[in-house]
Structure formats: C-alpha cells, structure tokens
Design a protein around this ligand. Structure first.
Ligand SMILES: [Zn+2]
Length: 445
C-alpha cells in the first residue's frame, strides 16, 4: 500500500524547527535567489591539509573556491583582490566526510519494540521530518555526503529528503539512496502480529525471478540510486568457530536482483553478517558487503580478488550489542578479528556507520574512525575510507572525496591533529558543502 507522500510545511517553520534542534547550525541553506547569483569566490587558508588522497599532510595551503567547486589548491600564495578569505591557518582541513551506510528515516532500533513502534506509531511524514533533522545532524558533524541504505518501512521518503536537500529547501548532505531494500516474503519485520492485521514491512517483499527484476525496476523508477537486499538473518556461531547465518534469497533470485540492477546502471549493497550470507552475496556479484562480521579468510580473499568493498559499520554493531544480548557481543568481537585480518589481505574497506540503528542524537558518526584505528588501521588510511575510497564506491571519484581543483568544495576542519588523536574528527568545527559554509566555529572571515 502506497501511503500519501510527505507534504512540506512552510519553510520558515521547518528552518525554525531545525535551528531549535541543532543550535550549532547557524546558517540557512542558500535561498533560490542565492543559487542563481553569480559564482561566489572564497579563499581558505589551511594551516594543514589532509587532502583525502596523499599519504602526507600539506602545510600552509591556499584553497581558492569558485561557486560550488574548488578552483585551485596551492602552497601558500596570494588571495586575489576582493575575495573573501576564511582563515583556517591554525586548523587541519580535510575533505567533507562520506558515510556509506546511514538510515535517516530511523532513530534507534536496539530492540524489536524500538523498531516496531516507529513503523506502527509514526506516520511517514513525521518520520521524514525527523529524517530532515537527522540529515542536518550529519552535516553538522562534517558528513557532506551520505549513502542512505533503506528507509525501514518509510517507502520512498529518502528520495524526498534527498530532493529537498538538493533543492536547497533544507540543509543536509548530498545523498545517494536505496529506497526500500528487499527480502523474500516473511524474512524481515514487522513479524509476529496476528494474520488478521495488515502491518507495514521494513522492506519490500520480493519473490521469484520475475518478482526480483520487477522490484528493481520499480525502485529505480521511484528514485533508487542503489539496490539493497538482505542476504541473511539468524546469525549463530557453529562448532567451527565461524559466524554462520540463514540465507534469504535463492542464488537465482539474488543473481536476478544484481543482474537487473547492473543492467539499469545501479550498484547493489548486500546486508550480509554471517559467513553463509556473505558467500551468497559474493556468488550473486554484489558491489558492497554491509556489516560482514562473519568474514572468513577465504571470503576476504574472494572479495580482494573481485574488488568487492566491505563497509563494516562497527559503530552501531557495538552500540546495539549490549541491549540485544545473545550473540551480538561475540559478533562485535568476531568483526574486530575479521577487520585485523582483512587489512593484511587487501580487502577494500570503506567507511559506513549504520547510524539510525543508533539514535542520531546519541553518537556522532565520526566515532567509526576510532574503531578503525583501534582495529589496526593508520589514521590516514581511516580518513581515506571516508573520503577518496568512499567517493570511489559512489562512482563520484571525479566529483568529491579529495580537496583538489575541479572537485566540489566540500571541506571540513578541526582544531587539533587527527593523525595524533583520531577522536579529533568527532569535533568538527567548520563545514562547507558545495562552497556554502554551514558551520564555522574557528575560521575568522
Ligand atoms: Zn543498516
């Protein structure tokens, strides 16, 4: 059943609401008039630049911005006359961060009750308003781009949040969205209610080869940039010590989803936690493995060979584990071991948090960096998972992910040195997206 679409209330009300919810955000998004104004020139003096690509930090850099793009990045240099200068000479400047696994339409689901309440008691318009708030929180934390990986029962409302941001109606990161995600019938909540009740489902139920292709076409028609499906459920450790799982789709169905998505020029993300689910997703030819707690060395080697990207989402796994009990704490430990091994086996790891599984107001997404460093990655590599590597996954390497001439001017800054203390990235103090400053607590102008 398709519900009524979210109708935006008046803009001033939305902005007042958003400003009240996130006081740090001082500036409104560019008005339509501003958007049509001639390109604005801005110069940034960066004390230190981590550009998202180089292994080295560059000192005393001048970044010139024309409108929404970076025009040049040079060692020091003179600012052309009449150009506004933002002085970040005492700060470390980085590319805007990219989170490849978010849920703007969800606000914490430690327990099944948390999840069911949102789907049963909150309308999709209400959830979309919270989605706009969550997008703003992401931006405030330095995430200028996100891949939102399914709406959890909120139909295509992610497309609406994305569009409202792209139109400059509300502030937020630029988005790629997956819309509804897929499982076969009965393999994803809401479950356990009387058969007499028609309750919403967190995904689109999809069965059979024709059903798989039709669902992909339908989601793409309504605005999906990515196709996401749930490869597995029921995670459990077996005597071999490996985290196993029950696979959802038949191989033929999963291959039909992936083939149809690729035929339409879209990539596929698979939720795959246990080794069986990961193996099935790799057989189907997906582009990214989400979570991946049960990765074995053989599966890692297969991923490295195929170039399949792993998006670990450690932050939310660790967040929900104590409240969920059961195997969840052991699964977090299993993922830590897998992460350490994957680093040695050249698996491509890209940054994703699964925020939304945690309440957006509880922990900032940059907490994920800390886990990667604690698990053996260098701080510079960890930063690159959320910049150049993540941009590659999105197919946007030519547009963002590094501070370089020709890229969108997505720039953040912190006061301290994130290579000495990665937690510094949890204290982002300057945020620019596409040449517009959304937060500035440090740079005098
Ligand atoms: Zn997720």
């Amino acid at each position: 059943m398709l519900r009524r679409k979210f109708v935006a209330p008046c803009l001033s009300f939305v902005l007042a609401l958003l400003a009240a919810l996130v006081p740090a955000l001082a500036q409104a998004p560019p008005s339509p008039a501003e958007k049509s104004a001639p390109a604005k020139h801005i110069a940034i003096r960066a004390g230190h630049l981590i550009d998202g690509k180089s292994a080295k930090v560059l000192d005393n850099v001048l970044i010139l911005i024309d409108g929404d793009k970076i025009n040049s990045v040079t060692p020091s240099g003179t600012v052309p006359a009449g150009v506004e200068t933002i002085d970040l000479s005492k700060s470390t400047v980085l590319p805007g961060f990219i989170d490849l696994h978010t849920h703007v339409l969800l606000n914490g689901d430690i327990t099944a009750e948390d999840y069911d309440q949102q789907l049963l008691k909150e309308s999709i318009p209400y959830r979309a308003i919270l989605g706009a708030r969550n997008a703003l929180i992401a931006l405030d934390h330095g995430f200028t781009t996100i891949r939102d990986l399914e709406t959890e029962g909120a139909m295509y409302a992610d497309v609406d949040v994305k569009q409202a941001i792209a139109n400059g109606e509300v502030p937020g990161p630029r988005m790629q969205v997956a819309t509804r995600a897929m499982t076969p019938t009965g393999m994803y909540p809401l479950l356990g209610y009387s058969w007499e009740l028609k309750v919403p489902t967190g995904v689109q139920y999809v069965d059979g080869l024709d059903g798989a292709r039709k669902a992909v076409r339908e989601q793409v028609m309504y605005g999906a940039d990515w196709i996401k499906y749930y490869s597995d459920r029921r995670y459990h450790f077996e005597p071999d010590g490996v985290l196993h799982s029950m696979v959802n789709f038949t191989d033929e169905e999963a291959k039909a989803i992936v083939d149809e998505a690729h035929r339409l020029g879209k990539k596929v993300a698979a939720h795959a936690i246990g080794s069986d689910g990961i193996a099935a997703a790799l057989r189907a030819g997906v582009d990214t493995i989400e979570h991946g707690d049960g990765l074995t060395e053989a599966l890692m080697d297969e991923m490295a060979k195929k170039g399949t990207v792993w998006v670990p989402t450690v932050m939310v796994g660790a967040y929900v584990a104590p409240g969920r009990g059961g195997n969840w704490t052991k699964m977090v430990e299993s993922e830590k071991v897998a992460f350490e091994k994957a680093l040695k086996r050249n698996v491509k790891i890209a940054f994703g948090t699964d925020v939304g599984g945690s309440d957006w107001r509880d922990i900032g997404q940059a907490r994920e960096f800390q886990y990667y460093v604690d698990y053996g990655m260098s701080p510079m590599e960890a930063i690159q998972t959320a910049t150049s590597r993540a941009a590659e996954v999105l197919g946007w390497s030519d547009k963002l992910g590094t501070v370089e001439a020709g890229k969108w001017a997505d720039i953040v800054a912190v006061s301290g040195d994130p290579l000495k203390d990665i937690a510094e990235l949890q204290r982002v103090r300057f945020v620019m997206k596409a040449g517009v400053v959304y937060k500035n607590e440090i740079g005098s102008r």
